[in-house]
Design a binder for this molecule. Sequence first.
Ligand SMILES: Cc1ncc(C[n+]2csc(CCOP(=O)(O)OP(=O)(O)O)c2C)c(N)n1
Ligand SMILES: [Mg+2]
Length: 701
Amino acid sequence: MAERTTVQASSDAAGRLGGLGPEALSHVFRTMYMSRRLDDREILLKRQNRVFFQISGAGHEAIQAAAGMALRAGHDWIYPYYRDRTLCLVLGVTAEQMLLAAVGAAGDVGSGGRQMPSHWSAPQFNIVSSSSPTGTQYLQAVGCAEAGRRLHPESDEITLVTSGEGATSEGEFWEALNAACLVRLPVVFLVEDNGYAISVPVEKQTAGGNIAALVGAFPSLHVEEVDGTDFTASLEAMRRGVDWCRARHGPALVRAEVIRPYSHSLSDDERLYKTQAERAAEAARDPILKFPEKLVAEGVLDRHALEIIVHEIEIQIQQATENALRAQPPARASALLRLYSDRVDPASSAFSTAPRLEGEPRTMVDEINLTLAEEMRRDPRIVVFGEDVADCSREGGLAEVKGKGGVFKATAGLQREFGSERCFNAPLAEAAIVGRAIGMATRGLKPVAEIQFFDYIWPAMMQIRNELATLRWRSNGGYSCPAVVRVPIGGYLTGGAIYHSQCGEVEFTHIPGLRVVMPSNALDACGLLRTALRSDDPVLFLEHKRLYREPYNRSPHPGPEFTVPFGQARLVKAGANLTVIAYGALVHKALQAASQIEWKNPGLTVEVIDLRSLAPYDWEAIQASVRKTSRVLIAHEDCLAWGYGAELAARIAGELFDCLDAPVARVAALDTWVGYNPQLESEILPQVEDIVREAGRVLGY
Ligand SMILES: Cc1ncc(C[n+]2csc(CCOP(=O)(O)OP(=O)(O)O)c2C)c(N)n1
Ligand SMILES: [Mg+2]
């Protein structure tokens, strides 16, 4: 064993080796060597077609071992990069677990065979499931650190987030640095700079070629630069960064220069763009060769001890490989499991409650505001943030001014009642708003993020689609992030034009793992929002701006326990001859159209259904109505082509063909943008007359 063959190092040597004793140092060597040999084994298995993807941590071992040694496993939080094999080994992930991921086994603890290998996830060590988009992890790490501060204010935990130098070109990196420095969060940003992002060299990636040089002006940020192939120098740099964060001075950034001797991945061949001389220079800095030489030179281990370690590792890897190759694949028919919470079903009857109406009728936006306040009183985990959502960020002014509370006033008074820790303004950066919410929700807070206008949700799309909606599924239930994202949406504003009128709910209903709801009235807004806040899934809560203050959709408050289940439509009006399926602003228009049709056609009655929940949606209600009326029209505000109605129409045609007396009809916006001129706007967006006309066609068929 290594312990028996260790040569006692002098205390001078210990000083030169980061103060670590021989046991710790040989453990470091073991881990670094294990990491490299696991890469080698996976490469072999890939060539044999027994694993399906390989990306290595080769060349990054020393800085990662140092990072792992500077952290406390299970206490600190880690948002790793795909190269972080050594880091994960130091923290406690085993060789066999890594190989189970490589073969895509059911027993892969990180993702159950769902993610590519090297997409680390280990809840027992607070290693949060990593995805493939470069840069998204930075914002989530910030949210995680924020949550840590709120949930465990006495703790000295830190959050480590890592990436390559290429990923620092993503806006999300800069948004994260800004957010972390703004509130001095204990986040260590580790940039493992191997000089290349696939084939793009750093001087074509980063202005000046050195990310550390660029971030110097961020206040409270401690910056370190180190040779990441030198373990002891790396350990010292990491310790200084970590200590800075533990002492709560602010975040730290460590840029570690490393090498990448194995090409980007097994799908890449670096000889296509790296010269022989360059490759030779990198090879001369290989940490797997340098570190043991240093241990021998310092008298920590002798060559025989090294040989024994190497031999033991080969045996361990062989054993782990044999186990992994025998492992079972994911069970058939398991693909839909752990997409949503199996703890709370927001579509269940538990959320079906009777309203206890009280007081004067209130507008939809008032109900949203009141529901948020009631739930914040009930659940201290709820935090509300976004652009302009606070009353007055400069707290000193609160006594004097009325307060902003959101551009639509949906969050008015929340900062005043609950304080600036629970309702606050975020920087103007939508990806950051959602990314931070994801990190917070992962840690157990209930963030309610507001995107100011649906038209500006797109910078957050990567976070919503690739992160918010995927975390539970991709980690096979290891992690979840049940955040609520509230978004004012829609047109009919007279002057809203292209960038204040957009719909586009279908872009989100198409995303597995995400719940999407869109109330049309005050009562449903209250009930659905409360369900969203008590749900265990991520929810996109769409609030139609035009409906915020309409007189016709008001309701007295239904009480602090009123909830409406997701996936349950509301029968707005019963009828026998035509079903109109609508949601949002089209519900009222459908009702108006129904009265006109009935007035013109005595004897005919029209049924109007408000879906109110778009994903999931109420197929039972649609089915029952269409079976009764045999004619159906779907009305939505968003464009016609590829719209929400297309899916419903296809399903109705596919499953209810035998009971249809006419083709399925759709009414929607023209396939263009909403124009500023009011006449242009009304020509583009669907109107009552359009529903009446289409309904006439369906009824006359
Ligand atoms: C958002 C995004 N764009 C592109 C890619 C494809 N891609 C994967 S890794 C990579 C290069 C990353 O370089 P760097 O951050 O330096 O990390 P390294 O691989 O060198 O460790 C690219 C372009 C991706 N995964 N995500
Ligand atoms: Mg790189």
